[in-house]
Design a protein around this ligand. Structure first.
Ligand SMILES: Cc1ncc(C[n+]2csc(CCOP(=O)(O)OP(=O)(O)O)c2C)c(N)n1
Ligand SMILES: [Mg+2]
Length: 362
């Protein structure tokens, strides 16, 4: 069974419906994400932040996801690489730095989550759980609730191809297929799970081949081509919204960095392979497409880059100036007030003082 092609799946050229204004906004978001991502790498190498995991090279399919969903209404369960998706759905650059620096005003967790574990409750971006693929059954659970309530909403998740080897992925997709849920699963197939290549991960060409087994379309597409990605993701999202059931969509994409700031991919990846993958980099491809359409020129691109770098400088400065959480508040929000865990925590002694949860009701 071969995966479907975008031509078989897409019923309408959704990308053609994007106005010039929408395309310029999309392009700005991709450039913003790239520059923000690069800044995080620099801060890590300067020893100023503890960890970074990158979306560089995977932005086209991610941006398509952010644009295809209704921001603030539909639910999104992100992959840890989905920087541009979450920026598109409403996370601000300062929020990324607040989280990375572990500041008290970090809207995702008050500085408690790992960096890149994106979430923003107001925008229905549900927090990344560190065990890979656990977002899939979480997301199908939300999709089930949407269906039971008869809401015109969609629940979408993203994950890497390596994580599709986890049982959670299979269970989630099986459930979505049985109940014909308003659910979209996007696999960002960058052909590596840290150092493990795709062919050591599965005996099929890619995860999309498995859609048939779960009773849903499985569609493989060029996840580095923004227009193709938008057409596929939008089709899957609208199909779910129309009550036609779930879709499994597989973005062929490129991880242009090491797995994370803690990884050295020179130990397992040929440099020539990365150089070849850079030819598929989604950002120059989108730059060229907008230049060809007369929406951008080289001078405008340089101006935009400067504007974005200034925006990032400001966001970084604002986050640096924000307060760190108090040590005494470390356990606030971990347990529901009045629960067994909360009562246990209240009974602990704390060097140098009392826990905030012992002194204050929250
Ligand atoms: C259940 C579980 N096992 C292992 C890990 C460690 N781990 C984190 S990311 C990762 C690789 C995931 O690869 P893939 O799903 O292809 O995503 P990519 O990083 O390539 O985007 C692993 C093994 C984890 N977080 N959770
Ligand atoms: Mg991978």
């Amino acid at each position: 069974m071969n995966a479907s092609s975008p031509q078989d799946f897409v019923t309408h050229d959704h990308a053609a419906d994007l106005s010039a204004e929408a395309l310029l906004r999309a392009h700005r978001l991709m450039l913003l994400a790239r520059k923000l991502d690069e800044r995080c790498w620099i801060l890590h190498r300067q020893g100023k932040i503890a960890f970074h995991i990158s979306g560089i090279g995977q932005e086209a399919c991610q941006l398509a996801a952010g644009l295809a969903l209704q921001a603030g209404s539909d639910y999104y369960f992100p992959h840890y690489r989905d920087l541009v998706t979450v920026l598109t759905l409403g996370v601000r650059p300062v929020d990324i730095f607040l989280s990375t620096y572990g500041k008290a005003t970090d809207p995702s967790s008050g500085g408690r989550q790992m960096p890149n574990h994106y979430n923003l409750a107001s925008q229905r971006i549900v927090t990344v759980s560190s065990p890979t693929a656990t977002q899939v059954p979480q997301c199908t659970g939300v999709a089930f609730a949407i269906k039971l309530r008869g809401e015109p909403l969609v629940a979408m998740c993203a994950l890497g191809e390596g994580a599709t080897s986890q049982g959670d992925w299979h269970e989630g997709l099986n459930w979505a297929g049985i109940h014909k849920l308003p659910f979209v699963c996007m696999v960002e197939n960058n052909h590596y799970a840290i150092s493990v290549p795709l062919e050591k991960q599965m005996a099929v060409a890619g995860p999309a081949e498995r859609g048939y087994a779960y009773g849903m379309p499985g569609v493989a597409f060029d996840g580095n081509d923004f227009f193709e990605s938008y057409n596929v993701v939008k089709e899957a999202v609208e199909r779910a919204r129309r009550g036609e059931g779930p879709s499994l969509i597989e973005a062929h994409t490129t991880r242009l960095t090491a797995h994370s700031s803690d990884d050295d991919d020179r130990t397992y990846r040929d440099r020539a392979e990365i150089e070849a993958q850079k030819q598929r980099d989604p950002l120059p491809r989108l730059n060229r497409a907008l230049i060809e359409r007369g929406l951008l020129d080289e001078a405008a691109l340089r101006r935009l880059e400067q504007e974005i770098l200034a925006e990032i400088d400001q966001a970084q400065a604002d986050a640096l100036a924000a307060p760190y959480p108090q040590a005494e508040e470390a356990l606030v929000g971990v347990f529901e007030a009045g629960s067994v865990g909360d009562r246990a925590v209240r009974s602990w002694s704390w060097p140098g003082g009392r826990l905030a949860s012992q002194s204050k009701e929250r």
